[in-house]
Design a protein around this ligand. Sequence first.
Ligand SMILES: [Zn+2]
Length: 590
Amino acid sequence: MSLRTHSLAAALAATATLALPAATGAAQLMTPATTQPATTTASLAAMLTAQNAAQGLDANHGVAFVRQHPGAQGTQVTRFDHTYKGVRIFGADTVVVTDDAGKALSVSVSERGQNLGKGAANRIGPSTSDFDVTPVLSTKAAIDAALRTLQAGAANAVHQTPPTAELIIYPIVKTERLATALTKSDADLNALDVRDVVESYELAYLVHTRMHVGKKPLFYDTVVSARDGHVLNQWSMLQTVTGVGNSQYNGVVAINTTLVKGSYQMIDASRGTGGTYGAMAITNANHGTSSGNVYSNATNTWGDGKQYIAGGSTTNANGQTAAVNALWGLMNTYDMLKGTLGWLSLDGHNTATYIAAHVNTAYDNAYYSDTCKCMFIGDGSSFYSLGSIDVIGHEMGHGVTAATSNLTYSGESGGLNESSSDINGEMVEAYARAGGTGPTIPASGNDWVMGKEISKTGTPLRFLFKPSKDGSSPDAWSTSLKRLDVHYSSGPNNRMYYFLAQGSNAAKTSDFYSKYLVKKPAAMTGIGSDKAYRIWFKAATTKFTASTNYADARAKVMLAAQELYGVNSKEHKAVQRAYAAINVGADIDE
Ligand SMILES: [Zn+2]
């Protein structure tokens, strides 16, 4: 069973006058021009489930509303999980874009439940005709099973939030070659030569554990069989910037604060509403593991512009500098998203977020936490303080992804999640460097490397234009990509984005050369950061699903380019070339 089935698109298109354009290569997308207005999530859900019979799905198949956010030009973007007997099917979801009249403009589906209740993939469970959703294990037993694997190396771990276990149906996925690629060598395989298929299903628990070992966060998601407690999959949910491994960086900057009862507080009342502090805020974790109190000061002059002195006060001028870094980064991230895209805060609903500075002691990382929907910044030890503009833009990018596609943070989807954050970090950097205002992403101003400023050696963490310069990330897609740490499997998509924005170089010795670009001109032409970002953001927030992989991303980014700039536009061709440059799909002449 293909994960990217045509069936829903075909079924919906059959009821509409406008059929799916055959040549887009985007299996999940369709444009049903005459679909009935669907103004509520309930009526959208009914529209989706009404297609089940046509796809051969029985009445046990359903959808469950997940979230909705505003899209461009009055559209609404609504996401549904797929369910079977009311149990969520992991990685199976649908995203629907509707216009202001409630009419569906596009539907993207990640179909992984197709064989539940029938077929060879349905074999797990006592019955072959009916997938049993009654767990053998209790939720407590599942949590214990997850903890046993984690605490082997962390006996002193303490829970930051109580662990949870959600009953799910977990598709066991394998990668298989298409018939046309059976004789190719492994090294010659292109991303479009293979597809993911569901081999079988397992009733399981998705266990969330958010712990600390000493002061270090240990955030994991674990998939545990609900039949016998064996661990099916596990990945870190610490959405960090590093892989395994006056503002300080921006001179004197203006920051927005609030005067409360004679003292200034690092609360920016002009950006965001609600959330924990009612507006954007910076707090002082003061070397702890929780966010701590909002920064306050007797005067409205903050920081000394110097690296935090280890062991020193976190509240004096030197200690405030990390907070200044954080607030300036947060302001610019917010303004870039709102100014260029009309996207409000991280979730599109303008919910305020916050950053906690000085987390842990000499902590060499920064991370986004899906529990508080906020960010933590360490002071660094082998790094300088981790609050550079690209790092903050990166972590806030995780917040946008979490509120939209929620790309699963392992395998190829995890690499795309990381890449989307790197892209966001670079675009925030470009915007901030040009003054942090206006409706477009500047053509230049960012350095296309992640974390150069926080590096004591001057060597960046990651190179978007040539990821292999870090010694760990590949420059192109291969079948082994999905087994890498997500901070490395992001590499090819980062390179794709660089080429899309800036173009490539035809000289074989150049860092900007790709051997996969074989059409004319030999150096592909970039379309600039502003267009590249609009295309990427549209695809990522309105078309990607949680299990989108590189091949699926190509199809959806190409479709976003078509929708924004036209079929066969230079932007559309540039996306195709940029993905071809990383061994995802074929190259074309410009
Ligand atoms: Zn990250």
